[in-house]
Design a protein around this ligand. Structure first.
Ligand code: AMP
Length: 226
């Protein structure tokens, strides 16, 4: 499908990253995950990374203007001309307004906003057990997707760590921020008839099937409207 401007919305740990990466391959669209962009900036010690780090370590959102600038540049790239997948952005109503303005200036708009929904208990379980490879960010889970050898990445042999923001008190903080600042986007996009929901508590395969079904329906509706 071309011209698909998609936003993935959902709490941390909902699996939207996993689904976003699959969609990127299936639909061959650029995938912009703000968490990944910020973590790379922190690793590379860029100005963006230096600003973002203290907020991220606490589980707070980085200020809107910081993130809006970083994502705005990407939406204007030629690679995004035929569509894109946004994961983790927007996360506040002002970010959503800035996104709408940036797209409108490019003569575009969002096609759909996909809410991948899971409850807080499931988020705590998923993120608390997550282990991340220190070198390349490969992700495991002590219960749901354990590595062959404890503490060692199956892919590149590097050490598995608990990301600073996957520590229990920081997970709690990230969830608070989600409820307070990001959840209002559900009503925001629902009012614009852009919101679609999938149940993120199912297995990744099932969630992926559900998303493809939803996108196919959307395409049909789009074709009928022509
Ligand atoms: P994530 O990997 O999407 O959970 O993002 C990790 C952290 O990056 C978040 O806890 C925030 O501190 C920061 N972050 C990512 N995206 C945004 C955003 N759109 N607005 C503000 N902060 C963000």
């Amino acid at each position: 499908m071309s011209g698909l401007n998609l936003v993935l919305l959902g709490p941390p740990g909902s699996g939207k990253g996993t689904q976003g990466e699959r969609l990127q391959e299936d639909l061959r669209l650029p995938y912009y995950a703000t968490g990944d962009i910020l973590r790379a900036a922190v690793r590379d010690e860029t100005e963006l990374g230096r600003t973002a780090k203290e907020y991220m370590d606490r589980g707070d959102l980085v200020p809107d203007d910081v993130i809006v600038g970083a994502i705005g540049e990407r939406l204007a790239l030629p690679e995004a001309a035929d569509g894109f997948i946004l994961d983790g952005f927007p996360r506040t109503v002002p970010q959503a307004e800035a996104l709408a303005a940036a797209l409108s200036a490019l003569g575009k708009g969002l096609t759909t906003v996909l809410l991948v929904d899971v409850d807080d208990g499931e988020v705590m379980k998923r993120l608390g057990g997550r282990r991340t490879c220190a070198e390349n960010g490969h992700v495991f889970h002590i219960e749901f997707n354990p590595p062959q050898q404890d503490g060692v990445c199956d892919v590149d042999g590097s050490t598995l760590i608990v990301r600073d923001d996957d520590k229990p008190d920081v997970i709690g903080r990230r969830l608070d921020q989600y409820h307070e600042k990001t959840e209002p986007l559900i009503a925001f996009y629902d009012h614009q008839s852009l919101l679609r929901r999938v149940d993120g508590s199912a297995a990744p395969e099932e969630v992926a099937t559900e998303i493809h079904r939803m996108l196919a329906t959307l395409k049909l509706e789009g074709d009928e409207a022509l």
